[in-house]
Design a protein around this ligand. Sequence first.
Ligand SMILES: Cc1cc2nc3c(=O)[nH]c(=O)nc-3n(C[C@H](O)[C@H](O)[C@H](O)COP(=O)(O)OP(=O)(O)OC[C@H]3O[C@@H](n4cnc5c(N)ncnc54)[C@H](O)[C@@H]3O)c2cc1C
Length: 281
Amino acid sequence: MKPRPFAYRRATSVEEACSLLAGPVDARVIAGGQSLVPMMNLRLVSPALLVDIGGLAELQRVTLTGDALHVGALVRHRQLETDLLVARHVPLLASAVRHVAHQAVRNRGTLGGSLCHADPAAEFPACMLVLEATLHIASSVSERTVAAGDFFRGMFATALEPGEMLTGVSIPLTAARDPAALHEMSRRHGDLALAGIVGRRGQGVQRWAAFGIEDRAVRLAHLEAVLADKPQAGEAEMLAALAIDLPSTAGAGTAGRAKLVIAAELARRCRDDIDRAGVAA
Ligand SMILES: Cc1cc2nc3c(=O)[nH]c(=O)nc-3n(C[C@H](O)[C@H](O)[C@H](O)COP(=O)(O)OP(=O)(O)OC[C@H]3O[C@@H](n4cnc5c(N)ncnc54)[C@H](O)[C@@H]3O)c2cc1C
């Protein structure tokens, strides 16, 4: 299928993009187009206007300030994989990219696009939860920040209001440098995850999240409590915690219970990786 007719404008600044988004027609940002274009071709979405932000150099940077790494919304997956600042300060992101799609998609897809698309099976939203990232949002009238924990609202749903766009994320360095790990199960390497777990362990801090399981990336507060109390908790104890953290899955019959068992195994693998990284550090 082909998309319904639409108008196209290429923004030359964040301000121009925001003012185009604030107009009376149904407008959408296009970044890498890796999710939006297939959805338009299938006519799952039919915006009247596409606002192309692909040329905005100010959103393509990774920068370091005193206490945070700032990643622009237009930083492509490929750049996350190769950027030296990301490798040094947020190795979790660099390793997560290797699970995302294939090289052709990674060359175009952007971090901001992945977060705003909010696919429940995507890796980056869960990484943002675990890293306690702050998301920066702009519109024609204001700028605001939203904690990652408040940004993902459901399947393909976020805290973005009409007329708003994501400009980037800030990741606190204290969290970013902690040992962390991500494991997922998918049909083939590069496919979206059928189930995935990501975890981080800092000084007295456990942060865990699941993706590909519920309708959005979910923080696993009960698993965090179990592992804080007993770092070497067995798989059965982790499974019991996950059943509380992932209630829709736990209540979804045999298929749901199978997913929980898989999630517990993925959590064990993450915990073992984190243990090894902790010893090495
Ligand atoms: C074959 C294939 C396999 C894939 N596998 C995976 C996978 O394993 N894991 C995974 O996580 N992803 C996967 N993806 C998705 C891929 O990572 C996309 O690139 C990503 O989800 C969207 O990024 P994009 O820059 O292409 O966004 P676009 O497609 O341009 O936009 C996606 C959505 O986000 C909105 N948007 C984009 N940027 C902004 C912004 N700055 N502000 C506000 N709204 C914005 C758009 O309006 C649109 O609604 C796959 C895609 C394909 C085609």
